[in-house]
Design a protein around this ligand. Sequence first.
Ligand SMILES: CCCCCCCCCCCCCCCC(=O)SCCNC(=O)CCNC(=O)[C@H](O)C(C)(C)COP(=O)(O)OP(=O)(O)OC[C@H]1O[C@@H](n2cnc3c(N)ncnc32)[C@H](O)[C@@H]1OP(=O)(O)O
Ligand SMILES: CCCCCCCC/C=C\CCCCCCCC(=O)OC[C@@H](O)COP(=O)(O)O
Length: 278
Amino acid sequence: MDGCWLLLLGALLLLLPPLLLMEAFGALRFRLKIISYCALCVLLSALAVPVCLLKSGGRSADNMSVVRAFGRVMKYVYGMRFEVKGLENFNIEGPCVVISNHQSVLDMMGLFEILPDRCVQIAKKELLYAGPAGIVAYLAGVVYINRKRTSDAKSIMAEVAQTMLKENLKVWVYPEGTRNNNGDLLPFKKGAFHLAIQAQVPIIPVVYASYHTFYNQSRNLFRTGKIKVEVLPRVETKDLMEENASELTEKCYTMMRETFFQLSNKADETRGSVLAAQ
Ligand SMILES: CCCCCCCCCCCCCCCC(=O)SCCNC(=O)CCNC(=O)[C@H](O)C(C)(C)COP(=O)(O)OP(=O)(O)OC[C@H]1O[C@@H](n2cnc3c(N)ncnc32)[C@H](O)[C@@H]1OP(=O)(O)O
Ligand SMILES: CCCCCCCC/C=C\CCCCCCCC(=O)OC[C@@H](O)COP(=O)(O)O
């Protein structure tokens, strides 16, 4: 492991000159910081791959705790602090579907901050090709779907419903289906809710406050900051059927959106105008 840390230190030193340049140029600074963030993700992944292989010999949800440990390094490098409420809501026996809002690639830090044991994510298949990051995610049990082929995605998620029960897994889904940094939540896709109904497991909604005070792609803003996170009480799905999926989606969306505005300290008028604009 000493070698790993030396490698990490070396890479961080390499990242230092670009970080200094950022002080001088806004757009360049923003881009370099994002690139360095992705590079750090890839580097940490490359270090985590052999550890995962030694731990489990192949693909296993147990490897996610290794990825989580390596991933937690990122928040120190980028100066992110977290204020988490409701973590006890994760303390449930058995599998569940976790849903959360998805603002940016920075969400990986918030994910690793609170990720429960044996919890795997649903990811777009393109991430499988992100070099070591794709490989380590695969080794840790991430399920890849093709978002453009609904029928394929549905059948993969139907398999996940079986696997999560058999292997006692939690499954983390970003129901917006894509990154969204517009200060509101996108309408939710329904896959996570079908999954929870098919497996008859509860849903645990997680909300991250808006990053607007420290991260905004259109304003080239990316600095250190504090992220408020709330893990909401479980939403039961027992006895719900396929035809209840839309209703369940709406219920979770409304609840999470309300919490998102509260955590992001948005005034009621702002929320009113967003709602009126819809
Ligand atoms: C050390 C450092 C390391 C760092 C490196 C390591 C990283 C280690 C962590 C990795 C972390 C990754 C993080 C990835 C983050 C993303 O990749 S986010 C993007 C990928 N994830 C998603 O897209 C999930 C959310 N999307 C969904 O669930 C979507 O519903 C689906 C399944 C993709 C389908 O898409 P769609 O067709 O566009 O969506 P939708 O309108 O919901 O559905 C159409 C119809 O099908 C129905 N339907 C949908 N799903 C189903 C279903 N399962 N069954 C039956 N019917 C269904 C709907 O009800 C709907 O019918 P109607 O009700 O309208 O009649
Ligand atoms: C073959 C070698 C290729 C090497 C390429 C290296 C580039 C790797 C870049 C970053 C690696 C970090 C990956 C961390 C996981 C990021 C999860 C994420 O935020 O994915 C976005 C996805 O949720 C939604 O995608 P869209 O918003 O729809 O788009």
